[in-house]
Every structure is written in structure tokens, then in C-alpha cells.
Design a protein around this ligand. Sequence first.
Ligand SMILES: C[S@@+](CC[C@H](N)C(=O)[O-])C[C@H]1O[C@@H](n2cnc3c(N)ncnc32)[C@H](O)[C@@H]1O
Length: 309
Amino acid sequence: VTPNDPAASTWRDLRSRVERSLAEAGISSPSAEARWILAEAWDQDGAIEGADDVIATGRALASVEEMLERRLGGEPLQYVLRGWSFRDLDLFVDPRVLIPRPETEITAQVAIDEAVKRGARSGPRDAWTGTEASFAVADLGTGSGAIALSLVTELADAEVWATDASAGALAVARANIAGTGSAAARVRVVQGDWFGALPEALRGNLRVVVSNPPYISESEIDDLAPEVAHHEPRGALVSGPTGLEAIERIVADSVTWLEADGALVLELAPHQADAARALARGAGFASVRIVPDLAGRDRVLVAEGPRAA
Ligand SMILES: C[S@@+](CC[C@H](N)C(=O)[O-])C[C@H]1O[C@@H](n2cnc3c(N)ncnc32)[C@H](O)[C@@H]1O
């Protein structure tokens, strides 16, 4: 496409066209989504953001068309863009993993706070005075690696075991780990069923266990937005007939895998808070509380001291 070509399209034209198509398809934030899609094509094209009067190259046009078509077909924007931000991270995501949610940023923060309370140093590692990683944490069901990578980048001496049952999810996690720099050397990736993925030597030695497990019941899947139900991995969403199956297993097994005064940090659905509290008390944790998300809904179980004196 050249400036004299009647089919030539400036980035401004392109943005209005994408925005119009998204609005006509009933997408709720067409202007913001159009900007995200164009920004992604801009990145690929190496052009300068804000260059409204610049003629888009054929390559950029094709890339915008491809993303628009997928979005109009109902794919979540994050998969279309092949990336999303989580805390300070810019993560690669595709349909093998759950799209990291804002409430999980709270779950990660709670896990970081619990680690710091137990002596972990917050902040990135100082390259000159860094000590050996000595603070064992497990992120069970790591998906994209969102929580595990937040922990190693925000805690100087954490060594994080990132597990998942899904090989596809772990391939995405590994890609994100590879893009994270030196902190990534402190993440170990292992495949398996919850604690069954971990080496036996870790039993009783984890200071913090964090997980955002699947917590939707089989009957609730039909109530989810089609964008979620039809595109995100079922194994990341659905736990079983009650929705509590994964939470029950992780609470029960964490008792022997945590240090005596370690902490379990578990994301849940607000209506599961009472049941999760009762499970943790019944399992023998000395202190159990629920932390709300930004919308004020019960969201994160914190259970401390599984075998505290
Ligand atoms: C709700 S997603 C959370 C992903 C990521 N931690 C996040 O917060 O964005 C749950 C993850 O648990 C994994 N998972 C499901 N069943 C599992 C099991 N039995 N053992 C280990 N991981 C499992 C899924 O593959 C999925 O990646």
C-alpha cells in the first residue's frame, strides 16, 4: 500500500474501522479494544505509536484483520493479543491457560505478605549481595506462571515450585519464565496432580503454599460468559460436581507439606468462604481468615500454622 493508493488506510482510519466493527458486534469497550489491537499491530510493525497520519503497511493491515476476525468470533481479547499484564509482568497467554484475573493479583500479594511475615526479603535480588535461594514456596496449578513469577520477581530469596497437571499450561509457563530474566532461575516447573508433583524431600518444608485452583462446579459452567466457557481451558475452571473438590484436597494435603508454622493461601469463589474456613479449621490450622478482593468479596483463604504448637 502506498500513500497514493486509494485503498491506503492511515492508522486513524484503521482505528475508526476496527472500533466501528467491535461496537456493531456489541463489544462493550470498542474504543479501548481497538486501541489494544492497533497497539499490538504497531508493535509488530515497528511503527511509532500515535502516528495517526501514517499509512499502515500491508503487514500491519493483515495483522489487524486477523485479530479483529478472531475477536468478532468471540475469542477473549487477551488470547487475540497473545498477552496480558499481571502485576509487573507482561505475560504470554494462549488458550492452554486461564487468563490471569485481577483478583489473582490480590492472591499473589497475600502470598508475598505471608512469605515476608515468615522472613522472606521483599524486592528484587541484589546481584552483588544476593544469597542462596532458601525460601521454599509452591504455586500449585500455575497456568501461565502468573503467581510463581510474581513471587520470584518480588521476593529476593524465594525458590518457587510451579506445578500444573496440564502439559500445555506448563509450556506457556516455561515461555513466560524464559522471558523473565535472572529471577526465573529460582522457578522449578513440575507436572503432576497437586502436591503429587513435588519431590518427597519438600514434605514438611514449604513455608508458603499458594494456589488459584479450579473452583467452579460442573453445573455452574453454563452460567459463565460464553467468552470464558467456550475459550478458556475447562480443566482450569471446573473442579468437579461441587466446585470444592480441588480446595478440599489442597487444604487437607497442605497440612503435611507446609512447615509447622507455614501458610496456605488459596483463592476461592466468595460463596465458598465458609466451607473453606471450616475445612481449614478441621484440618488443624491454628489461624484461619479470609481476605476480600478489590470489590470487597470474600476471595482468599489464609490458613496459618498447620502443626503450630
Ligand atoms: C484457575 S487456573 C489458575 C492458573 C494460574 N495460577 C492463575 O492464577 O492465573 C487453575 C490451574 O490448575 C491446573 N490444574 C487443574 N487440575 C489440577 C491438578 N489436579 N493438579 C495440578 N494442577 C491442576 C489447571 O491446569 C490450571 O492451570
